[in-house]
Design a protein around this ligand. Structure first.
Ligand code: NAD
Length: 511
């Protein structure tokens, strides 16, 4: 096993302002590119690292090394691959703090939340302890001396394209499952915060991933185009926004690749008048503003039903108590937005709500954050009396902005949620089993919480967004993830115990 890191001293931890490495054919190398993206610390605007737009030659080399590594890695036994994953999960545990701190510097979220980012991904790796069971085939005797059996085989080289908002969890949704099932990988982290993916790759190598099996390529659209075009890459996993997701789904499909795309969201929390008031308000406020609203499962839209509308004032009160600040400040509840562009877009959408007749009950624009005058900060913002045609409802804001709609009945709330084009997640707060059951059965969203604000399934299940939030037919992680990265081969064999197998040609369809 190649020893490349010690706890807390990963070689890929970017030094401030340094160039991020590519991982090609088992080596962390400098790109020959002339084009770089600046990773700016969202709280300070300091340059954390410089991310190359990998050159065409580097991209090709990454795919070729993955193709070459696949020849041997596919032959590794399930137990051997499981062993690597067991060592990998151990190394992630040991390096959790280093990875989490890098996430705070590059992405901006608060440290406790950054730890959660790593842990939710780590759980996907831990779940691979069940790999042999997931990989089991089936067998049955179909005729005298004849058996049919299935085996689950890897696809080959697979590509991964990641968003900025979970720099550890989402790469971990992808490459460990792909590798454990015998594939090799070309992964593109977000150009906005690639540090965590690099560190995780380094740990995977230390855990025993062979040379070339995992490659990290950086860049923007040209890197994505390469992944979509290169014939060596057989499948593409994407998590990110709608525009990129639609283009990637179409591009990969046109080139005959298997593809799964988890896209954008607008998640509704429905608050019934019989809910446990304190629980519902706290859950809603935490899920709307945690991670500065930059979670695909953020509960960014509340629907207050009937008398629960009287609680809106208390939501505003709780939201106003949250502290916006640096992710490294223990007293901060939420950090900055990822970029100045994201901040300006959110501010514009808040203004559009006011202009379109909604009521901005809590305006978090331009907060003062002592010591961080240049941060991309937006404090919790609550907008009431929102109507479905308004821009702030039509678009995913992806910021600490809660939009509130009102409904008279549960039926009306369900109809509202179902009319929304997205179907990532939703939650109901109620103490009525009948209301919960109605919601659960009639609601058109793929991840449903009942008194649970952010129902992201643990990895023994799969992440099952639907409608515009998902393109493809096989979900991430859990059994679906194994299915996505494998194909089934069905073998029918005849081993005669006695006599000749066939004494004259048979021209009819065997029955
Ligand atoms: P994004 O779509 O801007 O970027 C995602 C990836 O696609 C990046 O690697 C980026 O380089 C690439 N990319 C961006 N534009 C592209 C284009 N036009 N063509 C090809 N590639 C392109 O997303 P983001 O801002 O990094 O992440 C936030 C979005 O991701 C939100 O919409 C959020 O809801 C979504 N998201 C969804 C889930 C989910 O599971 N449904 C999880 C996390 C994030």
């Amino acid at each position: 096993m190649q020893k490349v890191s010690q706890i807390g001293s990963l070689v890929t931890v970017p030094q401030k302002g340094a160039k991020a490495k590519l991982l090609i054919n088992g080596e962390f190398i400098d790109s020959q590119s002339n084009e770089y993206f600046k990773v700016l610390n969202p709280a300070t605007q300091e340059v954390e690292s410089l991310v190359p737009q990998a050159t065409p030659a580097e991209l090709k080399e990454a795919a070729k090394s993955a193709e070459f590594a696949f020849k041997e890695w596919r032959k590794a036994s399930v137990i051997a691959r499981q062993g690597v994953m067991l060592r990998f999960q151990h190394l992630i545990h040991e390096n959790l703090e280093t990875i989490a701190k890098n996430i705070v510097n590059e992405q901006g979220k608060v440290l406790s939340d950054a730890r959660g980012d790593v842990i939710r991904g780590l759980q996907v790796v831990e779940n691979l302890a069940g790999l042999p069971d997931y990989m089991l085939g089936s067998r049955i005797s179909v005729a005298k001396d004849m058996d049919t059996y299935t085996v689950r085989e890897p696809l080959g080289v697979v590509g991964g394209i990641c968003p900025f908002n979970f720099p550890a969890m989402i790469p971990l949704w992808m490459f460990p499952v792909a590798l454990a099932t015998g594939n090799t990988v070309v992964l593109k982290p977000s150009e906005k915060d690639p540090g965590a993916a690099l560190m995780l790759a380094e740990l995977a190598i230390e855990a025993g991933i062979p040379k070339g099996a995992l490659n990290i390529v950086h860049g923007g659209k040209p890197t994505v185009e390469f992944i979509l075009q290169d014939p060596a890459i057989k499948a593409v996993s994407f998590v990110g926004g709608d525009a990129a997701g639609k283009a990637i789904h179409a591009g990969a499909s046109a080139n005959g690749k298997r593809v799964q795309c988890n896209n954008g969201a607008k998640n509704h929390g429905v608050i019934m008048p019989d809910a446990d008031k304190e629980h519902a308000i706290n859950a809603l406020v935490g899920a709307a503003f945690g991670a500065a609203g930059q979670r695909c499962m953020a509960l960014s839209t509340a629907v207050f039903v009937g008398e629960s509308q009287e609680w809106i004032g208390e939501v505003v009160e709780q939201a106003s108590k949250l502290k916006v600040g640096s992710g490294l400040d223990k007293s901060s509840d939420l950090g900055p937005l990822i970029t100045k562009g994201a901040l300006e877009r959110a501010e514009r959408l808040i203004q559009s709500a006011a202009d379109e007749g909604a009521t901005v009950l809590l305006d978090g624009r331009k907060p003062t954050v002592e010591g961080f005058p240049n941060g991309n900060f937006l404090a919790p913002t609550v907008i009431d009396n929102v109507k479905p045609h308004m821009q702030c409802y039509q678009e995913e804001i992806f910021a600490p902005v809660l939009v509130i709609l009102r409904a008279d009945t549960l039926d009306e709330a369900i109809e509202l949620v179902n009319k929304n084009r997205y179907g990532n997640g939703t939650a109901i707060f109620t103490q009525s089993g009948a209301a919960a059951r109605k919601f659960e059965t009639q609601i058109e969203a793929g991840n449903v919480g009942i008194n649970v604000p952010i129902p992201v399934p643990l990895p023994m299940f799969s992440f099952t967004g639907n409608k515009a939030s998902f393109l493809g037919d096989t979900n991430f992680y859990g059994r679906s993830g194994i299915n996505f990265y494998t194909q089934i081969k069905t073998i029918t064999s005849l081993w005669r115990q006695e006599g000749v197998s066939m004494n004259k040609p048979s021209v009819h369809m065997p029955t």
